[in-house]
Design a protein around this ligand. Structure first.
Ligand code: SAM
Length: 342
């Protein structure tokens, strides 16, 4: 049983993204383009028990969907142990993970056995040289092997997420759909977002949902919208043969009105929005001995005051560049996308 709560726009608290590390084994140009970063101090990282206790608190207020993210979550040692602890929370109906896939071939079966239901692998290109240029690591073959392993592990769903950037991979949309078909994965194209960390972002590099649909329709024929997105970030579409794909149009068609998501960083800072400038520290009260009821009260109080609609506000700007200046990012790791999780 839970007591549902709503924010100032009536949005419920349903979905929680848990970042389990701020470290990553890739350096994608749209997320971590710099040469060095400020990292979260190790002793501030929440233990698995702390993450599970906080998640249980959220569950008592209505959270029933959890996604593990990062940084690169598979870098967190012993991750299947956390998955099984979270899978043991009865209120959590949907347990998913987003990974870059580099370490997935070795871990897919164990994650599935631990109770992970769904998995999303980020893959921006089918071309090895492009992958190396974009991510600055020669790990393309490892990611493809990870996707194969995930396909064999029998997850309830396998998705592939692709950030589309003009002049980088916007000529691969249909090839990626074909690849997705071959591994029984639904592909979702993400518009390049001006989040913290995307210091090279500029409007002209964004390929809009509208443009993507035109490219896909030119190859396959009429594309139809598949209704019922609900609070999910992706608009879904079907090709004439029934193959489905998604587009996350956060940059040109934000969906703040339906957003029931919030995020917890690996050190316990709770963020209401990917574009938020600051969050609420849940680690300090937890480590200072706050009871479960006190934590739940804090979460309830903060959510009921939530009025964030970050992506919609960005859309109203005449001049839109990167969200946070590099100097500020260097001072506070919490402003980075790789700390917040995608
Ligand atoms: N390391 C994992 C991964 O690669 O999936 C999880 C964390 S990553 C921050 C989560 C997602 O955010 C990835 O799909 C990534 O492509 C996406 N992402 C990062 N920066 C982005 C940006 N500027 N615009 C759109 N998506 C972005």
């Amino acid at each position: 049983m839970f007591t549902p709560i709503a924010d100032r726009f009536g949005r419920p608290l349903r979905s929680l993204r848990l970042s389990v590390t701020d470290r990553c084994n890739l350096r994608c140009q749209y997320c971590m383009p710099e040469t060095d970063y400020a990292w979260l101090p190790r002793d501030t990282l929440l233990s698995f028990e702390e993450i599970t206790a906080i998640t249980a608190g959220f569950a008592s207020l209505g959270v029933d969907r959890v996604r593990i993210t990062g940084g690169e979550p598979l870098l967190r040692r012993g991750l299947p142990t956390l998955i099984s602890q979270l899978a043991g929370l009865r209120a959590i109906q949907d347990l998913a993970l987003t990974t870059n896939g580099v370490l997935l071939a070795d871990q897919a079966a164990a994650l599935r056995r631990a109770g992970l239901q769904r998995i999303t692998v980020s893959l921006d290109t089918l071309d090895r040289a492009r992958f190396v240029a974009l991510s600055r690591f020669d790990e393309h073959a490892a990611v493809l092997a990870g996707i194969d392993a995930a396909a064999r592990a029998g997850f309830d769903s396998l998705k592939i997420d692709t950030v589309v950037m003009r002049g980088t991979n916007d000529d691969e949309l249909t090839d990626l759909i074909e690849y997705g078909r071959s591994v029984a994965a639904e592909v979702r194209f993400i518009e390049y977002m001006d989040v913290g960390g995307a210091t090279r972002w500029n409007r002209s590099t964004v390929v809009s949902q509208q443009e993507m649909l035109a490219t896909i329709a030119a190859r396959y024929g009429p594309v139809t919208a598949v209704g019922g997105r609900g609070s999910a970030p992706a608009d879904r579409f079907a090709l004439p043969d029934g193959t489905t794909f998604g587009i996350i149009a956060s940059t040109t068609q934000p969906f703040c009105a339906d957003c029931d998501r919030s995020r917890l960083t690996a050190d316990g800072v709770w963020l209401m929005c990917l574009y938020a400038q600051a969050g609420t520290d849940l680690r300090r009260p937890l480590r200072a001995g706050a009871s479960r009821e006190e934590l739940v009260e804090l979460i309830r109080a903060v959510w009921s005051q939530r009025a964030d609609r970050g992506a919609e506000e960005r859309l109203t700007l005449d001049r839109r560049g990167s969200l946070i200046p590099l100097a500020a990012l260097k001072k506070d790791a919490h402003l980075e996308m790789h700390t917040r999780g995608g």
